[in-house]
Design a protein around this ligand. Structure first.
Ligand code: PRP
Length: 184
């Protein structure tokens, strides 16, 4: 994987996360703060971000998926639902990427039913060009063009989540094909 060309390097990702964590730390001082990790994709971003947020924070998780192969299906499947009571809490949803916006819209609507005191969103990547529904992102790491990206939690057919930087899928698939050809 050493020869892949990163779209965002580890250093770029970590330095942007530091800035986001500083802003969030300021904004959530004296609040009843709950951070929700949208799995699976956000697991690394979430772990790195909350460790740099210098505040007491309750964490919870939701497992949501909408992608089949490399296409957004538009149907949101929930495999694990949050357990914390979110009523009157200051809730921050943490996503790896917002593409069509359908997953996030669904999660926002689900959480809103519990009447939190505030509800904001932090996404590492914003792929605005692909948006189908309007969703408000309060904190964004980077804007990305309409390319299929993998790494740093994001997958292609459930692989490549462990790459420590973010790369474009064409490169990743070529690499996988190359590895498979070598073992045959
Ligand atoms: C990805 C990503 C977001 C969602 C964004 O999840 O983590 O949750 O897609 O796409 P959307 O804006 O078009 O809804 P995915 O469905 O791939 O599941 P995963 O997190 O388990 O990889």
């Amino acid at each position: 994987m050493d020869d892949w060309k990163p779209l965002f390097t580890q250093q770029e990702i970590q330095s942007r996360i530091k800035q986001l964590a500083k802003k969030i730390t300021g904004d959530y001082k004296d609040k009843d703060f709950i951070a929700i990790c949208v799995l699976k994709g956000a697991f690394l971003f979430f772990g790195d971000l909350i460790r740099l947020i210098d505040l007491p924070v309750t964490v919870d998780f939701i497992i949501a998926s909408s992608y089949i192969k490399n296409q957004s299906s538009g149907h949101i499947q929930i495999d694990y639902q949050m357990k914390e009571v979110l009523t009157n809490k200051d809730v921050l949803i943490i996503e790896d990427i917002v593409d069509t916006g359908l997953t996030l819209k669904y999660i926002i609507e689900t959480i809103a039913e519990q009447k939190p005191k505030s509800l904001k969103v932090c996404a590492l990547l914003d792929k605005k060009e692909r948006r189908q529904v309007k969703v408000n992102l309060d904190y964004v790491g980077f804007d990305v063009p309409d390319l299929f990206v993998v790494g740093y939690g994001m997958d292609y057919e459930n692989q490549f989540r462990n790459i420590p930087y973010i790369a474009v899928v064409d490169d990743a698939v070529k690499h996988l094909k190359h590895c498979n050809d070598n073992v045959r």
